[in-house]
Design a protein around this ligand. Structure first.
Ligand SMILES: Nc1ncnc2c1ncn2[C@@H]1O[C@H](COP(=O)(O)OP(=O)(O)O)[C@@H](O)[C@H]1O
Ligand SMILES: [Mg+2]
Length: 253
């Protein structure tokens, strides 16, 4: 059975049909990518699935159970975690504390609440600290653990956000443009990290513009255009799809 099932999902903002009748499913253990031009509806799709928005139509199932309209913290309890296209890191906390906040997401309604309520006691919680240190090692940031987030380079913050998402011990992780703004070396490192996450058994749903990375790591790819599903399939199927070539990829691949 698919881990995630999305069926005829739609939402509109005023006159803009941001996501229109989109269906797809994600099997456990794979890397599933969502691509499409700016404004195609990729982030909105993530916001619908992760409970930020309630769909106006359609169904979302996790493990066969309907989750459409379920609040983000309840979805965290059921094994969903995400990162954001625009970094959401608490800049006046240390790197390690930011990761520890991720473990608290299941208790708090949203990230801001989790950050505000992050108590001094939790900071001293030895088990949480150890787990957060281990995650920082996993994403290649062990050297930064005691530094304040505001002294970290952008590329490191992108990886810190992935560590924080992993702190909630998700089964399925949504990454919204993890390589955006990174140079080619940093992008290759994110590529490797995403593969490592997938190998650890976490299902990954990825939005990314870097086609080299997408083609390299995706088991399946969904192509969105103007909120609609344009194509879906393996990297090769998508690359060879005439609609995709015409509308989007062109000579890029
Ligand atoms: N909260 C919102 N209110 C109004 N319009 C929105 C909102 N979120 C997204 N949109 C619109 O929906 C469309 C899809 O946006 P988005 O999902 O961010 O695209 P992508 O992530 O693929 O670049 C865009 O036209 C965008 O302006
Ligand atoms: Mg987006």
């Amino acid at each position: 059975m698919a881990l995630l099932d999305v069926e005829n999902l739609s939402i509109a903002f005023g006159g803009v049909k941001a996501v229109q009748n989109v269906s797809f499913s994600v099997d456990p253990g794979i890397v599933y990518s969502v691509i499409g031009p700016n404004g195609a509806g990729k982030t909105t799709l993530f916001n619908l699935i992760t409970g930020v928005y309630t769909p106006s139509e359609g169904e979302i199932r996790l493990d066969g159970h309907s989750i459409a309209g379920t609040a983000p913290h309840a979805l965290a309890l059921r094994g969903m975690a995400r990162t954001f296209q625009n970094l959401q890191i608490c800049m006046n906390m240390t790197a390690l504390e930011n990761v520890m906040v991720g473990a608290h997401l299941k208790l708090d309604r949203n990230l801001v609440k989790a950050m505000l309520r992050f108590p001094a006691m939790a900071r001293r919680d030895a088990r949480l600290r150890d787990e957060a240190r281990e995650l920082m090692r996993f994403v290649g940031l062990e050297a930064y653990w005691s530094l304040s987030a505001n002294s970290m380079p952008y590329g490191a913050l992108k990886r810190l956000e992935i560590a924080r998402a992993l702190a909630a011990k998700p089964r399925i992780l949504f990454l919204d443009e993890p390589a955006a703004g990174l140079n080619s070396k940093e992008t290759a490192e994110i590529d490797e990290l995403v593969q490592k996450v997938a190998e650890s058994g976490v299902t990954v749903v990825l939005v990314e513009h870097d086609m080299k990375m997408v083609m390299n790591i995706s088991d399946r790819i969904l192509v969105l255009d103007y909120g609609k599903k344009l194509a879906e399939g393996t990297a090769q199927e998508v690359r060879e799809n005439p609609d995709v070539i015409a509308a989007y990829l062109g000579s890029a691949v």
